[in-house]
Design a protein around this ligand. Structure first.
Ligand code: THU
Length: 138
């Protein structure tokens, strides 16, 4: 899917809006994600921490769950925003979760922060030689 400047601007705004709603009182590291699905729709999520620390979860599964519940099948772009200035990249577990609902060569992961978009990769670049659903079709 063509990622026009207008679409990138919308994804950044939605990701930052989600980031504002993050529940991260322990790490203070707020993360927002805006996922573009195969139908061109945007779904958002944020990290949700917990007083029982290991029970918290990342922004990516929040956004993926919103996509699936809305009937989306495939993530084609995911714009992840952190606080900056360091460039945020999805953690290892989140790369694998994104893998479940994407074609790794197609899914574009975009890193941003309140200052704007910083960098982009395909999921295939961030998670090479990935294990995915096709491995279980034996
Ligand atoms: N976090 C995410 O939401 N996504 C990532 O890919 C990296 C880390 C969250 C988890 C935790 O709430 C906070 O950032 C600090 O690790």
């Amino acid at each position: 899917m063509e990622l026009s400047q207008e679409l990138l601007d919308r994804l950044l705004a939605e990701s930052l809006r989600a980031r504002d709603l993050a529940h991260a009182p322990y790490s203070k590291y707020r993360v927002g994600v805006a996922i573009l699905d195969e139908q061109g729709r945007i779904h958002v999520g944020a990290n949700m921490e917990n007083a029982s620390f290991p029970q918290g979860w990342c922004a990516e599964p929040s956004a993926l769950t919103a996509m699936i519940m809305a009937g989306g099948k495939r993530a084609v772009a995911a714009l992840v925003t952190g606080p900056g200035p360091d460039i945020i990249t999805p953690c290892g577990g989140c790369r694998q979760k994104l893998r479940e609902f994407s074609v790794p060569e197609e899914l574009v992961i975009i890193a941003g922060d309140p200052g704007g978009i910083r960098q982009r990769w395909t999921l295939a670049e961030l998670l090479p030689l990935s294990f995915g659903p096709d491995h279980l079709k034996f």
